[in-house]
Design a protein around this ligand. Structure first.
Ligand code: NI
Length: 464
């Protein structure tokens, strides 16, 4: 009896347990399904559907990105559209908004032509895309739209969406430059100079170039990040030879200081130079990454007031555009150093690449000032045995980093120097920021009062 009872109880318990397990199981399925439904709904916003179009979805080389194809079956209204869809709803919304806009514009214009004239008028719309990966986490989508409508000039335009795949955040240009207006100005002047100095763009109206590359966030919103490059697209500047919107490629390392921390190349550990041993109280001011058409001459004139000699580590890519500024620096008695052509991380390059960075810059310097440079500084201070063995010039980093590229504040330059200066210091600054020029006079005044003698890096090294 006891036995029977316990068996009965155990059956009841079993049943209760089984029911519980079963309902949990059902709930899990339900929740998963329901969740999936919501996610799907979110991550696939509906593209405006034109007449008779057929949409299919296929895999891409990246598991989390799929390709949507939307092809028209209407022979009077042909279009072929391809765009990516990701696991992030907000990114998909951005992409679909771009595609939708282009598609609606096209359909509207064609339908109006059909109703006004003839149904046999045929146009064409083609949207395709390419995707680029950066550091295995950032994905850039480049959407290319080609549209032709009878009676109108065919159009060709680019749109871009850059995402952080970790969190689905959109990387906009203001985010990329850490919302810093000064960085935007620097980027704008760099790109403007690149376009204006390039022969193959000489057919483009200068006023249009200046307008389209002025320091407005909207001018630089179309970009992709790919390997070590960032490409900017300018839909309103057309390159005649290719008959497509202008696209400008910049080496990421060249604008490294402008970028938000997460995109920045970290400085090498071995950036600190060893101060020389001498009885004198010397200081070597160094200015990197120029010459700059406005900032460099301003710095030279301030140095002159204090009869201070300094060292300018120049980029070949900038010396080629501003040889007169380089010559002015040299003729004012300052030391000219080689800082590579493109500002790359030399420790990631081959021997041939390192040598090319150095020697092309030497050629530009010789052409500008008539003599070779006397000294070398690797970008980011990044060096190793290979770099040291390939570059024939003596190499010098710095002992005091003012971080002028980071704070971009004239008021912060002096405290940075006061805090860290020491006998025979080599101070790092950049002659590409106006804030550095504006803060320089206070620094010179302070160092002079403290009894420092201003010398070039080579003079310091040769001091007894
Ligand atoms: Ni530099």
């Amino acid at each position: 009896m006891e036995h029977q009872k316990s068996k009965k109880r155990s059956i009841i318990i079993d049943t209760i347990l089984l029911t519980a397990i079963f309902s949990i199981f059902i709930s899990i399925i339900f929740i998963t399904y329901f969740d999936k439904q919501t996610v799907d709904k979110q991550s696939n916003p509906v593209v405006f559907s034109g007449p008779n179009s057929e949409t299919t979805e296929t895999n891409s080389p990246y598991s989390h990105i799929r390709i949507v194809t939307d092809v028209s079956n209407d022979k009077y209204l042909p279009f072929a559209i391809q765009y990516p869809t990701t696991v992030h709803a907000n990114i998909n919304e951005q992409i679909v908004a771009i595609v939708d806009y282009e598609k609606q514009q096209y359909i509207k214009e064609m339908q109006s032509l059909h109703s006004k004239y003839d149904k046999n008028i045929i146009g064409e719309l083609n949207i395709s895309f390419e995707m680029y990966e950066f550091e295995e986490n950032y994905y850039s989508f480049l959407l290319q739209t080609k549209r032709s409508i009878p009676g109108k000039k065919p159009t060709h335009s680019y749109n871009t969406v850059v995402m952080d795949n970790n969190n689905g955040n959109l990387i906009s240009i203001d985010k990329l430059l850490n919302y810093n207006e000064e960085s935007l100005k620097t980027l704008s002047s760099q790109i403007q100079a690149l376009i204006l100095n390039e022969d193959k763009f000489s057919h483009i109206n200068q006023t249009a170039i200046k307008e389209q590359t002025s320091a407005k966030w909207g001018n630089f919103e179309r970009f992709i990040i790919h390997e070590d490059h960032i490409n900017f697209y300018f839909n309103n500047l057309v390159e005649k030879q290719l008959n497509e919107p202008l696209n400008i490629s910049l080496n990421l390392s060249l604008i490294n200081p402008l970028l938000d921390d997460q995109f920045q190349i970290q400085m090498a550990d071995e950036t600190v130079a060893t101060p020389v041993q001498t009885e004198k109280k010397l200081v070597a001011l160094t200015f990197d990454d120029g010459p700059h058409p406005d900032v460099t001459p301003l710095i030279v004139s301030i140095l002159e007031k204090y009869n201070a000699k300094a060292t300018f580590f120049m980029l070949g890519s900038r010396v080629q555009y501003y040889p007169d500024i380089a010559r002015h620096v040299y003729e004012s008695g300052h030391e000219v150093g080689n800082h590579t052509w493109n500002h790359p991380i030399l420790t990631k390059m081959t021997e041939a690449q390192i040598l090319k960075e150095y020697s092309t810059t030497e050629q530009a310097i010789i052409q500008a000032i008539g003599v070779p440079s006397t000294i070398f500084r690797p970008p980011y201070g990044a060096t190793n045995e290979l770099v040291k063995s390939v570059i024939p010039s003596p190499q010098f980093n710095w002992t005091v980093d003012t971080e002028d590229w980071k704070h971009r504040s004239a008021e912060k330059l002096l405290p940075a120097v006061q805090q860290a200066v020491h006998k025979n210091a080599i101070i790092l600054m950049h002659d590409i920021h106006l804030s550095t020029a504006h803060g320089l006079e206070a620094v010179l005044q302070f160092l002079q009062q403290e009894g420092y003698e201003f010398v070039t890096v080579s003079q310091m090294m040769n001091a007894k």
